[in-house]
Design a protein around this ligand. Structure first.
Ligand code: ZN
Length: 427
């Protein structure tokens, strides 16, 4: 049986609604995937885990000097709020937060150009700031056409302490700096909550080497405001099509298919899976992830977090079969990275749109920029590679992560704080 990209596209439309971490809609999407799985004749199940977030009941920021104006804000989930009634503090723009920018910040609300990495975050905490603002969007955004991105503050930051943190429109921040805003009143009332999120799991037992496991992964959650069809409804329907293929063509090795929840808030689904399946992981030989695909404009890529020989193998396969595929040894910010961090070789297949060709993490991630034909490209490439490796006589990939990739992973997950001083050159 051949790949049917129209069928994939139809399923993509079905799950093409906003489905954020821990929401009812995320669960609804999980159930649609389960239905599709049973229509293929397979048995799937949900694996629940808790996704920490915040319940925000009030969030206001008002410039009070030298002019008065209230701006829209999006507090970071898992940060903290202000006391009831809010706080009135000095406001200061600290650009990139260089040491020179960090003098006399005690009790002030600061605006900066980028989200702070843990090192800067700690410096801000040590400087005694009242809270901070990051920017989202561009200076020319139109309010009714864009959204302020909502994010969750990560543990690697909050382990240094919690303070109020908000995202604002770049356009508004531009105005505040231009008009010399000097004092703000901020009130944020929020509490920590945990919402149930789910991974969807199917296993096809291997016919010859059932003890050896290869797993497919794709996250099916979206960010707020986004129907997340490019990122990553597309990957979700691609691995569904591969499940269909392997159901009809039983694999020699055991193949697991996992649709991960809550990837967008810090790879929570894959991290939960890794934690809950410690014993099984010893048998995992490779994780094959698909994240972003289907864009009409784009290029096929494979990012390999494994030994160089796998990079070469995929590259050669693409050349022999005539697929335009760029293959690189690298990490990719998705669930594959959590697996690689656990010592399991991983690869992500994706179709990257050129700038402006498709849109992740915004309300513009919609079906208009995608096509069934484009979806088929990534599906075929992923199928050709995975089928050959899943049915190999001897599994050719060593189960180890090369030092070079280990370093990248440690940097990504912010381990090795000692080395940070010297390896900062890329930032
Ligand atoms: Zn994604």
């Amino acid at each position: 049986m051949s790949i049917n990209c129209q069928r994939e596209f139809e399923l993509l439309k079905k799950i093409g609604f906003v489905r954020t971490s821990g929401s009812e809609e995320e669960l609804k999407a999980a159930n649609i995937l389960l239905e599709e799985i049973s229509s293929i004749g397979c048995e799937g199940h949900l694996e629940a885990f808790n996704a920490p977030t915040s319940r925000i009941t009030k969030a206001t920021l008002k410039v009070v000097e030298p002019y008065e104006k209230e701006y829209e804000i999006a507090p970071y989930n898992c940060a903290i709020g202000t006391p009831e009634g809010g706080i009135t503090t000095d406001f200061i723009y600290i650009e990139d937060g260089l040491d020179v920018n960090l003098v006399d910040l005690k009790g002030k609300f600061v605006l900066m150009n980028t989200r702070p990495n843990p090192k800067l975050y700690k410096k801000l905490i040590d400087a005694g700031i009242a809270g901070y603002i990051t920017m989202s969007g561009t200076a020319m955004d139109e309010e009714d056409k864009t959204d302020i991105s909502i994010a969750r503050i990560r543990e690697k930051n909050t382990k240094h302490g919690k303070i109020p943190a908000v995202n604002m429109r770049t356009k508004d921040c531009f105005q505040m700096v231009r008009d010399n805003a000097s004092k703000v009143h901020v009130e944020i009332i929020m509490e920590d909550v945990e919402l149930p999120s789910h991974n969807v799991v199917v296993t096809l037992e291997g016919t010859k080497y059932p003890e050896e496991i290869i797993s497919f992964g794709a996250h099916y959650d979206s960010v707020p405001y986004s129907t997340g069809v490019y990122d990553n409804g597309a990957g979700s329907v691609i691995i569904m099509e591969l499940l269909r293929h392997f159901k009809e063509n039983p694999p020699m090795r055991t193949v697991k298919f996992v649709w991960y929840g809550s990837e967008e808030v810090g790879l929570l689904g894959s991290k939960a899976y890794l934690k809950d399946h410690e014993e099984e992981l010893k048998k995992h030989l490779l994780m094959i992830n698909v994240d972003v695909a289907g864009s009409i404009l784009g290029k096929e890529m494979a990012l390999v977090t494994a030994e160089q020989s796998l990079v070469d193998y995929i590259d050669h396969t693409a050349k022999i079969k005539g697929f335009p595929l760029k293959v690189e040894q690298d990490i990719y910010s998705s669930d594959s990275t959590a697996f690689a961090d656990a010592g399991i070789p991983s690869v992500t297949f994706c179709r990257f749109a050129p700038h402006g060709g498709a849109f992740i993490h915004t309300r513009n991630d919609v079906m208009d920029y995608l096509s069934a034909e484009a979806l088929e490209k990534t599906t075929i490439i992923t199928k050709e590679f995975s089928e050959s490796i899943i049915n190999s006589v001897v599994f050719p990939v060593e189960r180890k992560i090369p030092d070079k990739m280990r370093k990248e992973l440690d940097k990504y997950f912010d381990k090795e704080p000692k080395k940070e001083e010297s390896s900062d050159s890329k930032k």
